[in-house]
Write a protein that binds this ligand. Sequence first.
Ligand code: FE2
Length: 289
Amino acid sequence: MAQDTHVLDRPPEGASADWTIPQNWQAYTAEEHATWDRLYARQAKLLPGRASKAYLKGLDALRLSDSGIPNFEELSERLMKLTGWQVVAVPGLVPDDVFFDHMANRRFVAGNFIRRPDQLDYIQEPDVFHDVFGHVPLLTDPVFADYLEAYGRGGNRALELGALKQLGRLYWYTVEFGLIREDDGLRIYGAGIVSSSAESHFALESDSPNRIGFDLKRVMRTDYRIDDFQQNYFVIPSYDALLRATVETDFAPLYGEILGQPDIPIAEILPGDDVITRGTQDYAKGKAA
Ligand SMILES: [Fe+2]
């Protein structure tokens, strides 16, 4: 689930007070299960050697290679045993406080619908493939699982402090579009990348984007784009370092500091950046031309 603006103020008809709905797994058609299988097969071929080891381990541990859209109850049972997380269905995007509250209680909210066969490469709203294939495998990693819970707790604090945009950027540049440095090179772990065939290549192999060492304050000041490949990727040294950077930081003074500073434009490189690759930005320039 992307953290984004929501469209409704209260749960729609049929949803519980916490916005969850039954996944209604029995109602998926054979065509919908086949869409999952096609998307799965395509990514499963691409990801070895590109995705983080912890992500690939999670795919196996959750048996996501089984044919068809996963049943959230079975998935939650496996996940619960590993890290105490569950997957719950929601009807699309939910309000920020609801999103944070689920996360702080180790419930990952996932859309239950799947994209149409003519939308394999692009969807506007996160579907079950993005949410489950993209996000859930890393929740089997105990450290990343703790990070996401801490993020949920930090979310309601950011709401109170008027820093939702800043915290949202942290989610964007880690949970959705993060890269990690592993022993044998850079790997992808963000859900927006691992669930996208084109961005799985682009994020690692293209000369166009900047790849910059992760810095909490820097990330929270950096704009991003939601409708195309990223122009910046931030690289964490480990999930442990990411977790520590967030739980060991007192966010109130940090927000106080960065709310008074200008936002950093999307593709800009700053003097203090740990630049891993300086991008040509040719992709973005080509689009603008
Ligand atoms: Fe997402």
